[in-house]
Design a protein. Sequence first.
Length: 90
Amino acid sequence: MPDNVTPTTTLTQHLLIRGNVQGVSYRWSMVQAAQQRGLRGWVRNRHDGCVEALVTGPADAVQSLVEWAHQGPPHARVNRVEVTSVPAPS
């Protein structure tokens, strides 16, 4: 976490998950993982084969989901997770 972010700070991050992440229940699993952490946002498949997500919530919960995204569900093979902080959606 950046120095100016505390666990209770609301954080919004955009994720691009690359690898074998489509057709393996990655999106469904990510929705479940986000709901368990009390996060808001969306997740979708992209035409280039990666999964894209936007998540908003407490910084510690967002960081926990980002860590989860590096592994994903059992049949996923994650090669890379690109994370970008973005302004909170209005």
